[in-house]
Write a protein that binds this ligand. Structure first.
Ligand code: SF4
Ligand code: SF4
Length: 456
């Protein structure tokens, strides 16, 4: 039997999802609007002169919440990624695929923008099915062409907004961004157009990795969209019920409404399926039927296996506790590290292959590379002059070019430390470099090497 949305003999069955309304569709609409507002507005917002959220790939910088992170801050970036991943795990273990149904850009764009456009140009489910039977007719070309043109416009606009998370939108929308940025927009627009016009639910079924492993993140207490077999089966439509009055039918009247509205092209009555994105359209459809037919309860609901089997609901389960604990630990580590983070971050590394050198005047010289990063947000203040002093080496002299570093920039300078023979009295002497700018003062540890013979 052909299954909607699945391939039969290698041929794809197009999903003609019918329109549905209900409380979960309202929720979907509001979550979609909120996410689109974030997409449109966030790239324009600056905090303390820095973007609220932007990944500057050519500059190798991440701007987040008014802070600038460079490759030296890899630990913060790792913590942010871990927090995102464990948040997804945590919410999936509690609420199933809520991300897919209500927050994934693929679902939001498709359900809130593309399907309304499709309905506008091609009509409701029945009309769309009829239209596709008249392929290459003038009407088919006009209606399909109109909707494809609209998808293309949406794909370009969506890509421009998305690129705002990688490039300043003021440059993007005024035509003064880099060629690379517009190339990125073109690439994203191509992807979105292909997705809107053709690929659609196949993305979730075949490309999205989350769909593959979400089964491992849920258990019998996780919330999922379920067909309530006990109440609904055996199903039977009006005709069947008339023909077999002796049969003890369940509440499902086999109206197929839950199937025709499904954007994944599946029949939830066949049980849990990987293709289900938990969008709740079938729940709304069945709630509508239940209201109309005065059924005591809808037959499809957001529920858990445990609840359906009459077991006690529990949010406190080993996996949710572990995820919550890990999230708290990651957050605490992030806040702690941010609290001790300086506006100037510094690393000092010995020049590879060098240990020490004795100059002609007998002074001992060690050479290092000093890397200074300016995380201070004051871009308008211009480059910051940074003074460098050595502490812990008697009579030491620093030979280094002046250090000046612009906001969010990083500079690497060679630094030579010269120590008089009288002070170079041990093979290894610990010291510190003190760096000071108008806005910060930091120290970095180092060790000075000499050829002194140590006497115990
Ligand atoms: S089965 Fe229901 S919840 Fe799952 S994708 Fe289809 S309509 Fe959405
Ligand atoms: S919408 Fe409800 S009543 Fe209709 S077929 Fe689906 S489960 Fe049965």
């Amino acid at each position: 039997m052909a299954v909607i949305g699945q391939t039969t003999d290698g041929k794809r069955n197009w999903v003609y999802a019918a329109r549905v309304s209900g409380r979960f569709q309202k929720l979907h609409r509001w979550s979609g609007r909120a996410l689109m507002a974030i997409l449109i507005l966030v790239p324009w917002i600056n905090i303390g002169g820095q973007p609220l959220a932007r990944l500057d790939l050519p500059g190798r910088r991440l701007y987040a919440l008014g802070q600038t992170f460079t490759p030296q801050d890899a630990i913060f970036i790792v913590l942010m990624l871990l927090f995102g991943a464990f948040s997804l795990f945590f919410f999936t273990s509690l609420f199933g695929r809520i991300w897919c149904g209500y927050a994934c850009p693929q679902t939001v764009f498709l359900e809130e923008i593309i399907r309304p456009i499709e309905r506008l140009f091609q009509g409701d489910r029945g009309r769309r099915m009829k239209l596709d039977q008249k392929k290459w007719s003038p009407e088919w070309i006009a209606r399909k062409g109109g909707s494809y043109l609209a998808y293309l416009v949406v794909a370009v606009v969506v890509s421009m907004f998305l690129m705002g998370f990688f490039e300043d939108p003021r440059n993007l929308w005024t035509g003064s961004a880099t060629t690379g940025a517009y190339g990125g927009v073109a690439f994203m627009a191509f992807f979105w157009f292909w997705d809107f016009a053709w690929f659609r639910e196949q993305f979730c079924n075949y490309l999205c990795p989350y769909a593959r492993f979400q089964g491992a993140l849920t258990d019998d207490q996780s919330l999922n969209v379920m067909y309530r077999v006990q109440l609904a089966e055996p199903r039977g439509n009006k005709k069947e019920r008339k023909q077999h009055p002796e049969q003890d039918y369940g509440l499902c009247i086999d109206c197929d409404k839950c199937v025709t509205v499904c954007p994944a092209g599946i029949d939830i009555r066949d049980g849990f399926q990987l293709e289900c994105i938990s969008c709740g359209r079938c729940v709304d459809a069945c709630e509508g039927v239940a209201n109309k037919m005065s059924l005591p309860e809808p037959l499809i609901a957001y529920t858990s296996l445990a609840a359906e089997e009459g077991r006690k609901k529990s949010h406190l389960r080993p996996r949710t506790v572990v995820y919550a604990g890990l999230l708290s630990a990651i957050l605490a580590a992030f806040i702690g590290l941010m609290g001790s983070r300086h506006d100037l971050s510094v690393t000092l590394n010995r020049v590879p292959g060098t240990l020490y050198q004795v100059d002609e005047d007998g002074w001992v010289r060690n050479t290092f590379f000093l890397q200074v990063t300016n995380n201070h947000a004051g871009e308008a203040e211009g480059p910051a002059a940074v003074s460098v002093q050595v502490v812990g080496l008697d009579g030491a002299v620093i030979v280094a070019p002046p250090v000046s570093v612009a906001a969010t920039e990083s500079v690497k300078v060679p630094v030579a430390i010269r120590v008089p023979p009288s002070a170079a009295n041990a093979r290894t002497i610990p010291f510190q470099l003190e760096l000071e700018s108008d806005f910060d003062r930091v120290t970095v540890d180092g060790t000075f090497k000499s050829g002194a013979v140590e006497v115990n």
